[in-house]
Design a binder for this molecule. Structure first.
Ligand code: HEC
Ligand code: HEC
Length: 205
């Protein structure tokens, strides 16, 4: 009986683990068909293109997060001259489909280009900064930066230049579609801390 119960519990756990993508109800094949127009900037495998690190990787990102960003670009809650235009052409069903498609792709590993900075960033990622009241990033983004569905995005392996740009935008309040979570955190960070944590997260996996 006990064994049966643990088998049932294990099966339940497996369902939970595979559930996030399907829970979105999106269609990966339909998403792939739409994603042709995204490939020039986000890469044919969703891992961006080497020529421009400000174009983020989308592969392996949490689907609900991708879906939310697309809605936010379309509504204007998140502003970007390129992405507002791209999102305007997508219906809510398209957004859900491309979100589950990119989420289903494998993230390519990134690397920190500056080990000294990355070491400094690792401290902030794991422990925050008690002096300035910066929260530990891993409490929401997970110890390996893989994110926690559905709200907290993956940050590991992302291009450092993109991450840095986002943190500076949260700090300045020019990106404010985060329910006031990241804006409050980034506001307390120095530009040096932002650079350091962006380096660290790029090499994290
Ligand atoms: C011409 C280049 C370009 C094209 C084409 C493009 N994007 Fe983007 N995308 C960007 C840039 C630049 C950003 C970062 C915006 C910023 O800095 O806030 C971005 C950001 C995003 C984000 C937010 C990622 C995150 O981690 O928050 C999503 C989601 C996204 N794009 C999806 C798409 C989809 C889906 C398509 C195709 C329908 C697409 N993009 C086409 C340039 C592009
Ligand atoms: C209390 C939870 C929480 C903590 C702590 C936290 N974050 Fe976040 N973070 C979020 C949420 C929620 C979002 C998504 C906002 C949205 O929906 O646009 C986010 C988004 C981000 C993004 C944007 C990702 C992208 O693809 O555009 C970056 C970068 C980021 N966080 C870095 C950090 C760093 C660095 C720290 C630590 C200094 C940190 N976060 C601490 C909750 C948190």
């Amino acid at each position: 009986m006990k064994n049966l119960l643990s088998v049932a519990a294990f099966a339940g756990l497996c369902l939970l683990l595979v559930a996030p993508v399907q829970a979105e109800g999106g269609n990966i094949a339909a998403g792939k068909a739409k994603a042709g127009m995204c490939a020039g900037c986000h890469g044919t495998d969703g891992n961006g293109v080497a020529s421009n690190p400000l174009w983020p990787k989308l592969a392996g990102q949490i689907p609900a997060y991708l879906d939310k960003q697309l809605h936010d670009f379309k509504s204007g809650a998140r502003k970007d001259p390129i992405m507002s235009g791209m999102a305007a052409a997508l219906s809510p069903v398209d957004m859900n489909n491309v979100a589950v498609y990119f989420a289903s792709l494998k993230t390519s590993p990134g690397a920190a280009k500056n080990e000294e900075l990355a070491k400094e960033g690792g401290k902030i990622f794991r422990g925050g900064d008690a002096k300035t009241g910066v929260s530990a990033c891993m409490s929401c983004h997970g110890p390996s930066g893989l994110g926690i569905p559905p709200r907290f995005p993956r940050v590991s392996g992302q291009n450092a230049a993109y991450t840095e740009k986002q943190l500076l935008a949260f700090k300045a309040g020019t990106r404010s579609n985060d329910g006031d979570i990241m804006t409050r955190i980034a506001f307390r960070m120095s530009e040096q801390e932002i650079k350091a944590v962006a380096q660290y997260m790029a090499g994290l996996h």
